[in-house]
Design a protein around this ligand. Structure first.
Ligand code: ORO
Length: 307
């Protein structure tokens, strides 16, 4: 049995896309919605106005993952709100990434005033908009925006976080998040501002920001697992966790679940393999569970052992 619940939203299955991959256009979202092995879909992080994003090349597959500096190309907030209101049969997580606090509050006000009753996710961790730092690395700014948001926003709301690398930061961020009635935390966004070098051309591989971009895929699995585990150990039990980062096999999914992930998002590997990835991961996870005699992921979720 593989299912989960975040706030009032039930997921019949375990897998969603990671925001940014296969989710910018209605057709892409519809294709995921129609996939038996997909439990829900996240929309591309929206800004109020549509954006073309950064100049290309801006996404490159690497030996063990990817590097991207998309720069939030998206169809604009109304497009995704409309999608969420009219199209889907499975849960939709509406991701918003305003270019300012005011823009975030504006989009969240529209969601509050709409009939949307799903999950909203505030992306506080986009690494790729030039001149815009990743907000969730500023702890005070994070507390301020959540205070402003929860003064009026009464629907289920989660946050997409960047990776943290210091135990003190996990303590500090969890203490802030625990002050708010968050539906979930989604960890992690890409590891921001990595750099890839092609020795043949002696060059960077993406154009924006002189080659600096968010790293995804297998490279980031240990960091993703650490963030899921660290937050599961610190957050109120009512705050659920979406485990994102570095999943390429059923064993990686199993590891995320042991660390405490409620559902699992797949980004780079979805880009590599296409939507068939979800059937493969489901089968690989089912084989591991069979071999270990687990009937239900609830039996293993968060049950990571220490030595
Ligand atoms: N890329 C990421 O890796 N994460 C985000 O949140 C957004 C982008 C992008 O649009 O560049």
């Amino acid at each position: 049995k593989m299912d989960a619940q975040i706030a009032n939203v039930k997921f019949d299955g375990l897998f969603i896309n990671a925001s940014g991959v296969h989710c910018q256009l209605n057709n892409d979202l519809d294709e995921l919605q129609a996939n038996t092995f997909v439990a829900g879909t996240v929309t591309k992080s929206a800004t109020l106005a549509s954006r073309p994003g950064n100049p290309r090349p801006r996404y490159v597959d690497l030996a063990h993952g990817s590097i991207n500096s998309m720069g939030l190309p998206n169809q604009g907030f109304d497009y995704y709100l409309n999608y969420a209101l009219t199209r889907p049969s499975k849960p939709v997580i509406l991701s918003v990434a305003g270019l300012s606090v005011a823009e975030n509050l504006k989009m969240l006000t529209q969601i509050q005033e709409s009939s949307f009753d799903g999950l909203t996710e505030l992306n506080l961790s986009c690494p790729n908009v030039i001149g815009k730092p990743q907000l969730a690395y500023d702890f005070q700014a994070t507390e301020e925006i959540l205070t402003a948001v929860f003064s009026f926003f009464k629907k289920p709301l989660g946050v997409k976080l960047p990776p943290y690398f210091d135990l003190v930061h996990f303590d500090q961020m969890a203490a802030i998040l625990n002050k708010f009635p968050l539906s979930h935390v989604n960890s992690i966004n890409s590891i921001g501002n990595g750099l890839w070098v092609d020795p043949v051309t002696e060059s960077v591989v993406i154009k924006p920001k002189n080659g600096f971009g968010g790293v995804g895929g297998a490279y980031i699995l240990p960091t993703a697992l650490a963030n899921v585990r660290a937050f599961r150990m610190r957050l109120n039990p009512a705050i659920k966790l979406i485990g994102t980062g570095g999943v390429t096999t059923g064993a990686d999914v199993f590891a995320h679940l042991l660390c405490g992930a409620d559902i699992i998002a797949v980004g780079t590997q979805l880009q590599v393999e296409g939507p068939l990835v979800f059937e493969r991961l489901t089968n690989e996870l089912a084989a591991i569970m069979d071999e270990k005699n687990y009937q239900d992921i609830a039996e293993l979720r968060g049950k990571l052992k220490t030595l």
